[in-house]
Design a protein around this ligand. Structure first.
Ligand SMILES: Nc1ncnc2c1ncn2[C@@H]1O[C@H](COP(=O)(O)OP(=O)(O)OP(=O)(O)O)[C@@H](O)[C@H]1O
Length: 287
């Protein structure tokens, strides 16, 4: 990245042989060029009624990596996350303009079925929310609801695999028939992760998945996120900057008003950000 003579920084996308600059602010930044991004946002605006929550977001999310979304409260991180698998559709007053593509297809095209989309792009929420069902049924639900429980599918094997991938199988192997609600908070969250991965999505969206957990459970979730990225693409919202620095490959910094101010390799963001506002945010001067 370089600064031009007018003081406006430009971003070199050498592989594409072009350079771009953000017309929105005086501290625009780097949107690293990602070869074949799995998710791509172009000029994405999101509104709640008359209020605009996100402004012209451009982002390319790489496959099988962890991308962290950070920024102060209310800057639009969760709104962006929910735009990816159209969870904002469930909010009556939410409206989306612009492009958000998954493997090159705009997820807001009329022919996209949001339920099928969410099969490919699963989600884990801040507060563990297991169903009042057995551990087994919580995970099997993810398969059944998505029609993956046909005669040719070994549901038990799939449930065990999902629990294993969520680093929970060993702890619950002898109690699969017991209620998911009887697990600890950290185990409940790993159960929700198992439920999300059982239908074999390509992307897992996580909205502050460890913020309700104690440090030991948090550390298990962090280890798990890194492991999941070997097989899935993970996009995670976190308030915890140390967590973003520890577990993510790319970091997107949103700042007040719903602007994406900088998006780059995580090391670059935390060691040498382009934007003064990002530097102030990550060094704790505000937020
Ligand atoms: N369902 C909703 N209805 C109306 N406005 C909403 C709704 N959800 C979010 N907003 C508004 O959109 C803006 C962005 O909110 P969002 O929850 O995406 O931010 P955030 O960065 O995830 O915040 P936090 O870190 O506190 O969770 C805020 O001004 C918020 O009040």
């Amino acid at each position: 990245m370089t600064a031009n003579s007018g003081g406006q920084r430009t971003v070199s996308t050498s592989e594409a042989g072009e350079s771009r600059s953000d017309p929105m602010t005086d501290a625009p930044l780097g949107s690293p060029h990602v070869a074949d991004p799995i998710i791509e946002s172009r000029d994405l605006d999101v509104y709640y009624g008359d209020d605009q929550a996100l402004h012209s977001i451009d982002m390319e999310i790489p496959e099988q990596q962890v991308t962290a979304l950070i920024g102060p409260s209310g800057c639009g991180k969760s709104t962006f996350l929910r735009s990816i698998n159209r969870m904002n559709d469930l909010i009556d007053i939410a409206r989306v303009d612009g492009d958000l593509s998954f493997r090159g297809k705009n997820v807001y095209d009329e022919d996209v079925d949001p339920v099928a989309l969410r099969r490919k792009i699963g989600m884990v929420f801040q507060k563990p929310n297991p169903f009042p069902k057995s551990i087994f049924d919580n995970v099997a639900y993810g398969l059944r609801v998505q029609g993956k429980d046909g005669a040719d599918v070994d549901v038990e094997a799939e449930v065990r695999t999902a629990l294993e991938r969520a680093a929970l199988l060993e702890e619950v192997e002898d109690q699969l028939d017991e209620s998911g609600l009887e697990l600890s908070g950290g185990q409940q969250q790993r159960l929700c992760i198992a439920r999300a991965i059982a239908p074999d999505p390509e992307v897992i969206l996580m909205d502050e998945p460890a913020s309700a957990l104690d440090p030991v459970a948090t550390s298990k979730i962090e280890d798990l996120v890194e492991e999941l990225a070997e097989e899935y693409t993970v996009v995670i919202v976190t308030h915890n900057m140390q967590q973003a620095a520890r577990i993510s490959d790319k970091t997107a910094v949103f700042l007040t008003g719903g602007h994406l101010v900088e998006f780059d390799d995580t090391n670059k963001i935390f060691e040498n950000p382009e934007s003064d506002r990002v530097e102030d945010y990550i060094t704790g001067k505000f937020g």
